[in-house]
Structures are given as C-alpha cells and as structure tokens.
Design a protein around this ligand. Structure first.
Ligand SMILES: [Zn+2]
Length: 177
C-alpha cells in the first residue's frame, strides 16, 4: 500500500523549473507594464518561454491574460503596416544594435562585461550599470525612467529602486493624476 501511495506521489508532475523569486518579479513586472511578447520577456529575464508562460498562468487571472492578448492582437494588426512586421529578432536589421519592443523599451545584445546569461538585456539596464560601475542590475531591483519616457535612456533619467518601491511609486503617480 505504501508503495502504491509512493508511486502515486511520484506520478504527480513536479514543478522542477526552479525560478528565483526576483525572476518571477521581473516576469510579472514586464507582463504588467509592457507589451513585450512572452518570448521577449523570457529573453530579457534570462529564462525560457515555458517558465514565463507557467508563471503568468499561475499569478495572473484569465481576465488579465485575455485583456493583454486583445491589446497585443490589435498591435499586431497595426504591425502589418510596418515593413519590419513578421521579421523575428534575428532577422531584424537592427538586431545587433538596439531593438525596440514597439512599446518604448529597447534591448541590446548583452555586452561581454554584463553579468547575465540572457542573450539580450534592456538598454536602460546597460546604460545605468555603465554609468554607476555595476556589472548588472542586482536581482529584485528595477531601473525606473524618471520622465516615464522609455526611450530616454540617459543616465540622468534613470534611477534604481526595489521592485516594491517601484510599484508603490507608479501607484502613487497614477492616483495623483
Ligand atoms: Zn517605472
């Protein structure tokens, strides 16, 4: 009987994809505040599409996922008019350099000195670290655009804070407006 029970327990698929909490924070932050595709979120948070998909399914409601899908669908329609539409990251002419997600954030191929395994990183992370002599944005920290312009990556426009401080700041600014 004991072995039967043990077998049953073993047949339950373990969630063996270890994801550190700061990665989950990053994934959810990007899901909530950008229209990056799940694949792009995976690339900049240094994890796989599957992990991103799983975390989003776990921590965001169906309504939240559906409303985001609708916006992304509308954007992809707009995208048909763009000559670069349909070209994947690698085929994009500016692949080596800056590549916009279409919603303001840009990414670059991870510089050699940057201490992260992902293929691409946010431009504002690289600029911030260059300026402040860091080798990466520490896990759990967020780099905020002071003027809310995501393409203004001048170091004077960037400030680093914890993810929870960042959420609080954005909530406060929303309520004030
Ligand atoms: Zn922000």
């Amino acid at each position: 009987m004991q072995t039967l029970e043990a077998n049953r327990m073993n047949s339950v698929k373990p969630d063996n994809q270890e994801v550190i909490p700061s990665q989950v924070q990053t994934i959810l932050h990007l899901f909530d505040t950008t229209y990056l595709t799940l694949q792009q979120i995976a690339e900049v948070s240094g994890t796989s599409y599957k992990v991103v998909w799983n975390r989003v399914a776990k921590y965001r409601t169906k309504e939240q996922r559906d409303s985001r899908k609708k916006v992304n669908y509308a954007r992809s329609k707009l995208g048909v008019l763009n000559p670069m539409w349909g070209k994947r990251f690698e085929k994009h002419h500016s692949y080596k350099g800056e590549c916009s997600d279409g919603y303001g954030y840009t990414t670059v191929v991870t510089p050699e000195w940057y201490n992260k395994k992902s293929r691409r990183v946010f431009t504002h992370h690289v600029r911030y670290c260059e300026h402040h002599g860091l080798d990466r944005v520490p896990p759990g920290m967020v780099v905020h655009h002071i003027d809310h312009n995501r393409s203004n990556n001048d170091p004077s426009n960037l400030v680093m804070m914890t993810a929870s401080e960042h959420t609080r700041l954005h909530c406060a600014e929303r309520c004030r407006d």
